[in-house]
Design a protein around this ligand. Sequence first.
Ligand code: PLP
Length: 408
Amino acid sequence: MGALRSVYLDNNATTQMRPEALEAMLPYLKEMYGNPSSAHRFGRATKTRISEAREVIAGAIGANPEEVYFTSGGTESDNLAIKGHAWADKKASGGHIVTSTIEHPAVLEVCKYLSKNGFDLAKVDVDADAIVDPENVREAIEDNTSLVTIMHANNEVGSIQPVKEIAAIVKEKGVTMHSDAVQSFLKIPVNVDDLGVDLLSLSGHKVNGPKGVGALYIRKGTAMRPLAHGGHHERGMRGGTENVAGIIGFAKTVEIGLAEMEDNSKRLKAMRDELQRRIAETIPNVKLNGHPEKRLPGTLNMSFECIEGEALLINLDMAGLAISTGSACSSGSLDPSHVLMAMGIPHEIIHGSLRFSFGHENKMEDVDYVMEKLPKVIDTLRAISPLWDVKKGRPISLEEAAGGALRH
Ligand code: PLP
């Protein structure tokens, strides 16, 4: 038996903070405690650093600094983008919103809330690889559509959406376009002009920054209403004293992550592809979920037939492996993943799905470790599954199951 290690492969849920980000933050948790709104030297010092951080985030997405608004993370950015625009624009264009069936709950739940409060909602389906067809978005847009919100890359299966093509259609119709780029940022290029979006959400803790900080890009001229009223923070768009240390840590990780993006993404993809290849080669009856190529470099979602994902997760956790079934937000609930359901995957297969998500600290040895543990756990679980024929090494067929039932 090999030694027990601890391997973290849940980087789409959250990431380890870069030491450089922590170092950059520390002074702002100690001696540099001035309120950026204060006129004295303590306040001016932190205000300057926030301006610099804003420039870093803006530069990373090709925006102007005055179009970047700091928030508490991806969820708040999505809320502000969707509610903020929907409320501001309702009179002018109407109350219709278009989204997709595979969005993160931070988008879907906001849309659901609005649909119960005077707005109409259209949800565009995805194909079997979890990709939105831009033509379906065109069809969903009505005369009174005020916002289209489609994520850049999916958090569960990693499929990358054709946001540029979708935004071109949306703009042709004179509608505002939002994209949640929380998962794609610093893994693939994210440029607001290239994508053609008006609103774009980012989060710090998904990119090796601190938790509790994020940003919303708002293109100049986009109709917006704030959600949090208070002081004049963030040019009146988001009241509340800024998370100074968080903002500085976020900017630091973005600075490094952007410089390393190309190399890092190559490494993530190499590890991801190696794991995918070895799982497919070693374990029978497995299936890849998500687009084979148009996918985030570090994301691998696979279904294991005749396996209960929760049992798999617990067994792998005991073996030191941190992996997720579906999205982190839905763990704790036994509901099948809405993303895998939208892709048309049967319930029993969805329940045996695992998401491996690599980060920049992972090494190829981590793939070896997964392959040391995973096949054994799968064998053990299949051996006790009533749906698996151990002798034949395959699932029990419908006829066999019916025959078995008839004998009893
Ligand atoms: N959007 C996507 C696509 C995500 O994956 C997540 C986190 O799981 C969020 C939004 C929410 O971000 P945060 O945790 O910063 O609120």
